[in-house]
Unconditional design. Structure first.
Lengths: 113, 113
């Protein structure tokens, strides 16, 4: 079946620190992979995506590389800001399920000044 | 471009009462989704529509939940009677036919007391 496992939170960092949030997946077929972000009181926003192996998604300084050999899609940012404080969700969409998303449990990130 | 619109944003009801949520997807998006997000968990798909037809409702508790999309545009999700465990954020989302990028609304926050 399809599932996503994210590292447990919460993650607390100082401003300008390096961020990694681990995400691994199991999937049937050839999935597309996503990171969504949810700011307090808001809905989910697409942060970045990758649709095939070795693709790198990037946006707002965040990056993630689709690693088929390790079934991973870890989120990284070189220097976090206070405004990055949010909940981050890793998700997959398997081609056989017409775009339906399977989400991880989410990782709460708090960045202190 | 207008995003996915949802209403109401917040609702508090007593158990055994009923509630309805409304969603208007992005213009031109034939695929519409309702997700349930319980606090501390990732969103879970309840139902997926393609135009006005149901593609997947395998996770919808049909004894109390119902959803419709009569004209293939906006949609209503109803819960009757509500239970305490229905307290969650109900997220509506939409995408283009065959697309694998899903856009979410801000969500309708339900508290059942």
């Amino acid at each position: 079946g399809n599932s996503v496992t994210q590292m447990e939170g919460p993650v607390t960092l100082s401003e300008e620190a390096f961020l990694t949030i681990n995400c691994t997946y199991t999937a049937t077929g050839y999935p597309s992979l996503f990171w969504y972000v949810q700011y307090p009181g808001e809905g989910l926003q697409l942060l970045l995506k990758a649709t095939k192996a070795d693709d790198k998604g990037s946006n707002k300084g965040f990056e993630a590389t689709y690693r088929k050999e390790t079934t991973s899609f870890h989120l990284e940012k070189g220097s976090v800001q206070v405004s990055d404080s949010a909940v981050y969700f890793c998700a997959l969409s398997s081609g056989s399920t017409l775009g339906r998303l399977y989400f991880g449990r989410g990782t709460q990130l708090t960045v202190w000044p | 471009e207008a995003g996915v619109a949802q209403s109401p944003r917040y609702k508090i009801i007593e158990k055994r009462q009923s509630v309805a949520f409304w969603c208007n997807p992005i213009s031109g998006h034939a695929t519409l989704y309702w997700y349930q997000q319980i606090l501390g968990q990732g969103p879970k798909l309840l139902i997926q529509f393609q135009n006005n037809g149901v593609v997947d409702d395998s996770q919808l508790p049909k004894d109390r939940f119902s959803a419709e999309r009569l004209k293939g545009v906006d949609s209503t999700l109803k819960i009757q009677p509500a239970k305490l465990e229905d307290s969650a954020v109900y997220l509506c989302a939409s995408s283009l036919t065959g697309g694998n990028t899903i856009y979410f609304g801000e969500g309708s926050w339900l508290t059942v007391v």
